[in-house]
Design a protein around this ligand. Structure first.
Ligand SMILES: NC(=O)c1ccc[n+]([C@@H]2O[C@H](COP(=O)([O-])OP(=O)(O)OC[C@H]3O[C@@H](n4cnc5c(N)ncnc54)[C@H](O)[C@@H]3O)[C@@H](O)[C@H]2O)c1
Ligand SMILES: CC(C)CCC[C@@H](C)[C@H]1CC[C@H]2[C@@H]3[C@H](O)C=C4C[C@@H](O)CC[C@]4(C)[C@H]3CC[C@]12C
Length: 368
């Protein structure tokens, strides 16, 4: 909790503060940002857990609002020193229309930028995604790449398209004059696949394994490496960037940083087994049990079914051509840019991240 010996003067706003990552950012700020006076949490859906935070030394203000509504965003931003914009529609399963994804992720981000400019907020941190880079539509591998690795970032899917556009808006806004005449300082953080307490897809795989008698069946070759990063470390990076942006504006303004830690490079499924294994699941097969062409066919069939069933119900399975392409393409990051620019070191070791995640999966056992 905040050390009362230090002056509590800062007001932070976290958009999407009730989401998977947002909640970790909120809790991390309360634990590790002693200069915080007020923490505003802006989200479409407010969680009941916010109540317990309201008894601490920092004023916690919960704001139910929609980033697509410019006036709601401006009211929430007014008077904040720092905005951490994590709100977004994370949908690669076709649950939402491309128009809605664009509206929330792109227009919502534009609204946040304009609110900063109009109200005089100088520091904006945007939660971008690895998918701004890739995997691209050609399925080219990105192997242990960094922020400067050349890669043909071409997308068709609405989610990566929206994240790429929003990231560009944020970076281009760096240096814009805000109310009061000072320049806006922005930067973007690009997590790879985040895991940890609250990771819904991990829970879905867990329950699917339980339904299948404690087994999951390998679908993707073990050689396809997938970048993963622990949610606590992603949150810590956000807190550090927010803290350092003012002092290192010339260096950090307009920059992108991949989020990384010491989580091992593994295939998506093998990585999940690091947690699901100790919870009693087994991954069957050292090689994929189905030929890849059959997975491609099933994924295409799912797209067709989704389209046919749309008037009746929402059919949004995990497997579709896009998720298959992402899962089947190597995308891993190896960089130290965050350490060089703002002194980032992961707060949680791999062992601790793993232990915490296993503990969470176990507690999620009965909550299908
Ligand atoms: N989960 C990942 O693996 C991952 C990886 C890279 C980047 N990201 C990015 O991190 C951010 C957070 O992702 P997450 O996994 O925590 O997702 P999440 O869905 O758990 O959280 C997003 C939050 O945004 C809120 N939100 C959605 N639409 C809103 C709107 N119109 N107005 C206000 N709030 C709205 C949601 O209610 C939710 O609380 C997103 O921007 C996402 O693109 C996530
Ligand atoms: C082929 C099936 C058996 C397996 C399907 C797994 C699939 C649902 C997983 C694989 C990779 C996952 C994505 C990856 O971790 C990174 C991100 C970036 C982030 O911005 C949003 C989430 C997303 C797209 C993950 C979604 C689920 C994916 C596609």
């Amino acid at each position: 909790m905040a050390n009362s010996a230090q002056t509590q003067e800062l007001v932070y706003l976290v958009t999407g503060g009730c989401g998977f990552l947002g909640e970790h950012v909120v809790r991390m700020l309360l634990q590790r940002e002693p200069r915080l006076r007020e923490l505003r949490i802006f989200d479409l859906h407010l969680g009941p857990w916010l109540e317990e935070l309201k008894t601490g030394p920092v004023q916690v203000t919960a704001i139910q609002g929609d980033v697509t509504q410019a006036h709601e965003v401006a009211a929430a931003v007014a008077g904040a020193h720092v905005v951490i914009h994590t709100a977004g529609l994370v949908d690669v399963f076709g649950k939402t229309s491309p128009e809605t994804i664009h509206e929330v992720n792109v227009q919502g981000t534009q609204n946040v930028i304009e609110a900063c400019v109009q109200t005089g907020t100088r520091f904006l941190i945007y939660t971008s995604s690895m998918e701004v880079v890739g995997p691209n539509i050609k399925g080219q591998p990105f192997y242990r790449g960094n922020e400067n690795t050349p890669y043909e970032a071409v997308h068709r899917h609405p989610y990566p398209c929206s994240k790429a556009l929003a990231e560009r808006l944020v970076l281009e806004a760096n240096g814009r004059e805000v109310l009061g005449g000072l320049p806006l300082v922005t930067c973007a953080l690009r997590p790879t696949g985040i895991y940890g307490e609250g990771h819904q897809i991990m829970k879905d795989f867990y329950h699917q394994g339980l339904r299948l008698g404690g087994r999951l069946f390998r679908a993707i070759p073990a050689s396809v490496e997938h970048g993963r990063v622990y949610v606590g470390n992603v949150a810590w990076m956000h807190v550090l960037v927010a803290r350092e942006l003012e002092h290192r504006a010339a260096l950090m303004g307009g920059q992108v940083y991949f989020c990384y830690d010491n989580s091992p490079y593994k295939s998506y499924e093998d990585f999940n087994m690091e947690f699901l294994g100790p919870c009693g699941l087994r991954l069957v097969g050292t090689r994929p049990l189905m030929p890849y062409w059959l997975l491609v066919l099933l994924a295409a069939l799912n797209t067709l079914l989704q389209w046919l069933l749309r008037p009746l119900l929402l059919y949004a399975p995990l497997l579709n051509p896009y998720t298959l392409a992402v899962a089947n393409t190597t995308f891993t990051v190896s960089t130290d840019k965050a350490r060089r620019h703002f002194g980032y070191e992961p707060l949680f070791s791999w062992e601790e991240s793993r232990t915490r995640t296993i503990r969470w999966v176990r507690t999620a056992e009965g909550s299908a």
